[in-house]
Design a protein around this ligand. Sequence first.
Ligand code: UGA
Length: 428
Amino acid sequence: MTTGARIAVIGAGHVGLPTAAALARFGHTVVCAERDDERFGALVAGKVPIVEEGLGELLAEVVAKGGLRFVRSAAEAARGAQFVFLCVATPERDDGSVDLSFVEGVATEIARELEPGAIVVNKSTVPVGTALDVERITAATVVSNPEFLREGSAVRDSLRPDRVVVGADDRGAARRVGELFSESGAPLIVTDTVTAETIKYASNAFLATKLSFVNVLAGLCESVGADVRDVVLGLGYDRRIGFDFLRPGPGWGGSCLPKDTAALLHIAEDAGYDFALLRAVISANEDARERVVRKVEDVAGGDLSGRTVGVWGLTFKAGTDDRRISPATAVARRLAELGATVRAYDPTVPAGPAPADLEGVVVCADAYDACRGASAVVLLTEWDEFRSLDFTKVADVMASPALVDARNLLDPVALRRAGFSYAGIGRP
Ligand code: UGA
């Protein structure tokens, strides 16, 4: 079977929504469950509750064709479905382990509704071995189908994934789930359950390792006077290394890489395995953030107490409104802790009273307003609009024109010409 399956997707979040839309575009009939009233209301009114390029258009298309509809409960979605995809949150607990209460709650809720032969597909990122727990709760065959989409390019990644991984001890069931994605043209990797679950963590841990490597390398470049951008160019042409995921920055964040690396460390510890390399990768990430803070102090001329610092960008990367575990908000809060008055601007955060994660930060209406009276401004998220600012105007509103470009987004020569003292990452 390649098209025309009856599919339930539980959870209309960053993973569930693009997944449901892509499965509908592949020709299946999809019912997506969302229990949050506000999010559900937005979806049935044809609104997209998250910032995600192309998602609005894709949803409108598949809903209009009758390929996708939304319901409130997981039980309702699961009724009559041949495949039930679990796309619910698996938050991190304080000790780095994974909170499985949403997965287990949904598994319990759908257990009574499943048709004989229905397959439960686990897309949520879960500790190795969880599929077996879900199998126990639902008494159904469970296939692990880890997700590799990125926020900001979720539609493209869902419609054209690099690969589809399906794992189950019943390989026939795994293959049937894999075939649901055959329209995507992606290579299919069929494994056992534990291996599929491990692939997900290994993938995010490897990406985090690449990023920590380039951030540490940027530090070395500063020490020896090399330019990290050219170093990466020289590395990337080697096909074994590649260019991707080698842009230095203020550290990696988001709802996945930090949570999944912490979880993998926890999983390794539980299994009696010392994953020292991964510990170093995580600790290098904390250093990357702190180095940006030091740079702000340097360009501002030292102690930040009583000074104003401008912050450009608050989301964990451009193209999303997600600020979960954002290096940008972490740096902004740290600057405030050091006594600075922090004025921040991000295109996805409305000016006005600061939300809880930005307590103590003044949220401004535009990039110029964020720099008013500032001794330094730090660019933390690579939003395109920061490239085309009028830097003479920026310099005019600042107390002293100094800029830390934590994404190497801007042209240092143009900035120096506009009177700025400029510090990038890993650039002489
Ligand atoms: C990540 C993975 O890339 C996806 O494959 C995976 O499916 C997803 O987690 C998940 O587990 O659900 P995402 O959280 O959307 O996706 O974010 P990334 O694009 O991976 O970016 C992570 C962080 O690395 C961001 O803070 C970003 O700014 C930073 N980054 C990324 C860099 O600093 N430099 C780069 O070259 C790339």
